[in-house]
Design a protein. Structure first.
Length: 442
């Protein structure tokens, strides 16, 4: 009986605290659906496709509204005008990193059909390895394979519905620290950190401060220069976390975009044919593509942009937060409030992109066939927290896809009309369904 009374009292206190929390200290936040005590709006959101839920809510509450993830209010920006006004016009105020509790807690064959996942994962990962470690790995190297497997597992774990629940209710991390997904995430993060530390020790032993070879060398030189500065951010801990971020953000995102891109090209063979005509005209078959070719290949440039627009890789990007009290559209957003930007609402805006649900490179071409820039192209987000790897990713996507189509014709194992391009997983990222194709030498 005493236990039952204690439970009732605890729940009552939590309920009262939740009601007080939601009604006080929140400035003048935008309107939104009425949150439930403790749970917030979680029951009104599809954790498997939060972006779709936010689009539905925007039709009721407009382009700026508030949702509660548990007891934490988050302001959602939906549509180009609202996103631009916050991230670009008020870029400084909206530049703070939003909360991501799970990560914050953790960081303390020849003509035969094949699945392109492996090869398209290896190539971007090796690019990152060459930048960080100054060496590329053989695709059969077991250390390289373990590294890729670890990174891929973490991306899948972070995109799972359970991880979305833990981010919304981080208190659950204290009650379920033994959950398989969370334990696996921590194990994988520790593996990458230990690997980076091992490579760092190797670099220290052969470091030449006058001849830096790669990212780790540059970081170590900066550490040496600031060794007497006790407030320096150049530490071994920050080095391992930064390198882990580079792997996580610089490999799987590019790999997924490439996989989705090839699937779309299989679905639209007429687009592939036009690309290959442009390749023959501009580059030919006897030299490798280079970045200088892009300005002379408007159709290929448009295709790369349309792939990124259409797949909408990160529907809500990563959370932002305001670093001070901000007056925004007649609302007062308190310092520290998380901001969620719906990139879907920008990339699939039907005023800028007619028939946004259709894959059409013409979205980025003018009437003369020249490449047309669009302010609505926010595949890398915008403002102060725009993806730092944008330049590298753009280069990789153009060169990888152009080189593949220069050397091979893509052949689907099913009729192109039967290819389904619907994401297999929609979480923090849209992931394409598994498929097979043949690479036929040109």
């Amino acid at each position: 009986m005493d236990l039952a009374v204690a439970l009732v009292l605890c729940l009552s206190c939590l309920l009262l605290f939740s009601l007080w929390k939601q009604s006080s200290g929140n400035g003048k936040l935008p309107p939104g659906p009425t949150p439930l005590p403790i749970l917030g709006n979680i029951l009104q959101l599809d954790v498997k496709n939060i972006s779709k839920s936010l689009t539905s809510l925007s039709k009721v509450y407009g382009p700026v509204f508030t949702v509660y993830f548990g007891m934490k209010p988050t302001v959602v920006l939906h549509g180009y005008e609202a996103v631009k006004e916050a991230l670009i016009d008020l870029g400084e105020e909206f530049s703070r990193r939003g909360s991501f509790p799970v990560i914050e807690r953790s960081t303390k064959g020849y003509g035969l059909p094949c699945d392109p996942t492996f090869i398209l994962g290896c190539a971007p990962c090796n690019v990152i390895c060459s930048i960080i470690f100054q060496n590329r790995f053989d695709y059969k190297d077991q250390t390289f394979l373990n590294l890729m497997k670890t990174i891929n597992e973490n991306i899948k774990i972070l995109g799972s519905p359970w991880m979305q629940v833990l981010n919304i209710f981080p208190v659950l991390l204290d009650f379920f620290p033994w959950s398989y997904s969370y334990k696996k995430l921590n194990t994988n993060i520790a593996y990458v950190k230990n690997y980076v530390l091992e490579k760092t020790r190797e670099h220290q032993a052969s470091l030449d401060i006058n001849n830096p070879r790669d990212f780790i060398d540059c970081f170590l030189i900066k550490m040496e220069q600031e060794k007497h500065n006790h407030q320096s951010e150049y530490t071994f801990e920050n080095l391992t976390i930064t390198v882990s971020d580079l792997f996580g953000a610089g490999t799987e995102t590019t790999s997924t975009t490439l996989r989705y891109g090839l699937l779309l090209l299989l679905k639209h063979p007429e687009v592939t044919a036009k690309i290959q005509e442009e390749i023959d005209r501009v580059i030919g078959r006897h030299r490798s593509p280079c970045m200088q070719d892009r300005t002379r290949m408007p159709y290929m440039d448009a295709v790369v942009h349309e792939i990124q627009r259409y797949i909408d890789l990160a529907p809500t990007s990563v959370p932002h937060a305001v670093n001070c009290d901000v007056k925004f559209r007649n609302y007062l957003i308190p310092k520290g409030t998380d901001i969620l930007t719906s990139l879907t609402s920008v990339l699939h805006d039907d005023k800028e992109f007619p028939n946004p649900e259709v894959f059409d490179p013409g979205h980025f071409l003018d009437e003369n066939g020249n490449f047309r820039k669009s302010d609505y192209f926010m595949a890398f987000s915008a403002g102060k927290r725009i993806c730092v790897g944008e330049g590298l990713a753009r280069m990789e996507l153009f060169l990888f896809l152009t080189t593949i189509l220069q050397k091979f014709t893509l052949k689907s194992v099913v009729d192109s009309k039967d290819i389904d391009t619907t994401p297999a997983v929609t979480g923090i990222a849209n992931v394409p369904p598994s498929y097979q194709l043949c690479f036929i030498p040109v």
